[in-house]
Design a protein around this ligand. Structure first.
Ligand code: AMP
Length: 542
């Protein structure tokens, strides 16, 4: 027997309709690429998104066509998402931090017809323009006054482009499983792979993000997403915030500590989300200038492991830290580390121990850990295994890649290695390709990195496995000291001694001026492995 409820497809534009209707006056504040702070509202954003939809329709963009955006977090960028998706086209967010050749590869693979971009990225797009024949037009997110001369094909200033229509337009109707957006994984090996979100998965993901223990912001909150719209679906915030009527503050191109602090402070931001690198810059700026953020309630941090020293710094400020884990393939939320009731009274180190884990899965994410043979491992908080996931906002296949990515039970192997405890709290111990295999046992590179960055003179730390004649691999610790500070191998080893098992201690420590990162801010271990591939450990001779 079928239920007798209304057929109401889960379409993303219903979110902006709702925001405009119920929370129409709530603001979206942007530090614009041109410089000034600009303000709009959800009601205004909906009107302009409809103009984008109408203008794209006039341009001949049809259901399923791809429209790329290469842009910072701004209200203009956000409204283009709703405009593109609202006619059933696919909003393809491209990460401008990729190498130009990779950007061209991705645009060609997606066959983007239109590219919507910021002033900042015109030079890089001009460089690759001859190699991306599918692109018919470039729309620059600015007005006539700021529009520069450019050789980009059919380039037009966004404000002029949408001024050509009147906004008297209706969203198109289509099935909720229609593709809404795509985002390529940064892929440190092999070609990038396209994840294709649907309207349904985006709407369900926004409900999941809006549950109290996940992002959990409300209509009384102000959220500043430092996480870029081009990174993993903006962690869903473009959908979850308007669904709740949360005021948004968009940082535009300026993500340094001072600029982010200024917006957090002046706009009285209560929730903010971003990767650890951003919080490092913010905390350094605040410490140097003795600054406070009395309105800030929650910091959500993910993308890579949040160091314990950073968790403590926020906790000491009275800010709730929610360590989150996820991936592009998961829309991206996988786990969030709010404190469950049994942990609510914890203090000091015991509290930090819980906060340092990546958290537990909200409803709609199912997890398991298995050994290499696929056998499920216990949730005892100690046993490491391959972390696998399934749920309605998790990829089932990659765009135009003819390869099965789910196992026979419908689980996707995340490529991460993790423990899960009896309460469901997951702790990432490594990427499966980064874990150090020493004499058949696994050493977590992330645990060692987290420990080393707790040293007061260390800015960043990376650990890789280096060949060892007896143990196969042993850990090499690579340290980038804080600016102007000197620190020795013995200082670091002494600091770590006693805090981890003896056999986990790095066999050597080396110092570098800077640790390389991927386009999404993760440590680029492939480059480090290359750089140190002939490194001879002092213990190797023994
Ligand atoms: P991306 O698709 O670029 O967001 O990358 C996803 C990967 O980032 C995951 O598979 C993890 O390896 C890593 N990652 C994300 N969040 C965390 C976290 N909180 N701690 C450790 N690793 C993380």
């Amino acid at each position: 027997m079928q239920g007798l409820m209304q057929d109401w497809p889960l379409l993303t534009h219903r979110i902006i309709d709702h925001a405009a209707r119920i929370h129409g006056d709530r603001e979206i504040v942007t530090r614009s690429v041109e410089g000034p702070i600009v303000r709009t509202t959800y009601a205004e954003m909906r009107k302009r998104a409809l103009k984008v939809a109408q203008r794209l329709d006039r341009e001949g963009i049809k259901l399923g066509d791809r429209v790329a955006t290469i842009a910072w977090n701004t209200a203009r960028h956000m409204e283009t998402w709703y405009g593109i998706m609202g006619i059933g086209a696919v909003c393809h967010t491209v990460n401008p931090r990729l190498f130009p050749d990779q950007i061209a590869w991705i645009i060609n693979h997606a066959q983007d017809r239109i590219v919507i971009t910021d002033l900042t990225f015109i030079p890089v797009l001009e460089k690759i323009a001859d190699n991306v024949p599918s692109v018919e037009r470039y729309v620059v997110l600015t007005d006539k006054a700021h529009m520069p001369q450019t050789t980009l094909k059919n380039a037009v200033a966004y404000e002029d482009w949408i001024a050509e229509v009147d906004g008297d337009f209706k969203w198109k109707e289509f099935d909720e499983n229609t593709a809404a957006a795509m985002c390529y994984t940064s892929g440190t090996t092999g070609d990038p792979k396209g994840v294709l979100y649907s309207h349904r998965s985006n709407v369900l993901h926004s409900l999941m993000a809006n549950s109290g223990d996940a992002l959990g912001a409300t209509s009384k909150d102000t959220m500043l997403p430092v996480v870029p719209l081009f990174h993993a679906n903006s962690w869903g915030i473009v959908f979850s915030a308007p669904a709740m009527g949360t005021k948004l503050v968009m940082p535009g191109p300026k993500l340094d500590g001072e600029s982010v602090y200024e917006l957090l402070s002046t706009e009285k931001v209560t929730y903010t989300a971003g990767v650890p690198t951003v919080w490092l810059m913010l905390l350094q700026h605040m410490e140097k200038n003795n600054l406070k953020l009395p309105d800030l309630k929650v910091v959500i941090c993910g993308g890579s492991a949040m160091p314990r020293s950073m968790i403590k710094a926020f906790d000491d400020m009275g800010v709730e830290v929610r360590h989150a884990w996820g991936m592009t393939e998961m829309s991206p939320l996988g786990t969030v580390g709010a404190l469950q009731s049994q942990f609510a009274q914890l203090k000091g180190d015991a509290k930090l121990d819980v906060l340092q884990m990546q958290g537990y899965a909200p409803f709609m994410v199912e997890m398991q850990i298995t050994d290499d043979a696929g056998k499920e491992l216990p949730w005892d908080g100690k046993t490491f295994g391959r972390l696998k996931v399934r749920g309605p906002a998790i990829a089932g296949a990659y765009y135009q890649v003819d390869k099965q990515i789910l196992d026979e039970n419908g689980y996707f192997d995340t490529g991460d290695v993790a423990t899960i405890d009896k309460y469901g709290y997951m702790r990432i111990t490594d990427r499966s390709k980064d874990v150090i295999k020493s004499g058949g046992e696994w050493i977590s590179s992330i645990d060692l990195e987290n420990l080393a960055v707790g040293h007061p003179q260390v800015a960043e730390a990376a650990v890789i496995g280096v060949f060892h004649p007896k143990w196969d691999e042993r850990p090499l610790l690579i340290i980038q000291p804080k600016e102007g500070q000197t620190v020795t191998r013995d200082d670091i080893l002494q600091y770590m001694d006693g805090k981890i098992a003896k056999w986990w201690m790095p066999d050597d420590v080396v110092f570098v001026d800077s640790i390389p990162h991927t386009a999404t801010g993760k440590i680029l271990k492939t480059a480090l492995r290359d750089q140190f591939k002939d490194y001879s450990l002092p213990t190797a001779a023994a």
